[in-house]
Design a protein around this ligand. Structure first.
Ligand code: SF4
Ligand code: SF4
Length: 121
């Protein structure tokens, strides 16, 4: 069983309505956290792009992840207990997606580094 910071599988999904953000969540969120949410048909959710929550930070070199709004994360995220059956199901179902996300982030970082290298250096 990995530590959550070595995992992040439950923060990967394609569906826009995967993590609901309730009024009680909004109350604890500051502007930066709220920027990772959006409202669809009158309901607020965490924004998911490229198969993962936009609040999830990836460090492909270290193989680590971090919820960048951890103290302000929605209740839905707090309810999933590490080591529970649901947690294990998430890991079993999503580990390949998590690995693909890490690889994509590593490629994006490499491209960004190449683009920021001055010509002739
Ligand atoms: S709760 Fe489970 S699936 Fe989610 S990050 Fe932690 S170990 Fe991974
Ligand atoms: S808010 Fe944090 S814990 Fe919840 S899905 Fe997004 S990155 Fe994961």
């Amino acid at each position: 069983m990995p530590e959550c910071t070595d995992c992040g599988a439950c923060c990967f999904n394609e569906h826009y309505a995967y993590v609901r953000v309730f009024a009680v969540d909004v109350e604890r969120m500051d502007g930066r956290a709220l920027a990772f949410t959006h409202v669809v048909d009158g309901q607020r959710y965490m924004r998911f792009e490229n198969g993962r929550c936009m609040a999830l930070g990836l460090d492909p070199q270290a193989g680590r992840v971090a919820c960048t709004i951890h103290p302000q994360r929605p209740d839905v995220c707090r309810w999933l207990e590490r080591g529970s059956g649901e947690c294990r199901s998430q890991i079993a179902a999503k580990w390949p997606t998590r690995e693909a996300g890490m690889a994509a982030e590593a490629a994006r970082a490499a491209t960004a580094a190449a683009c920021s290298t001055p010509r002739g250096s």
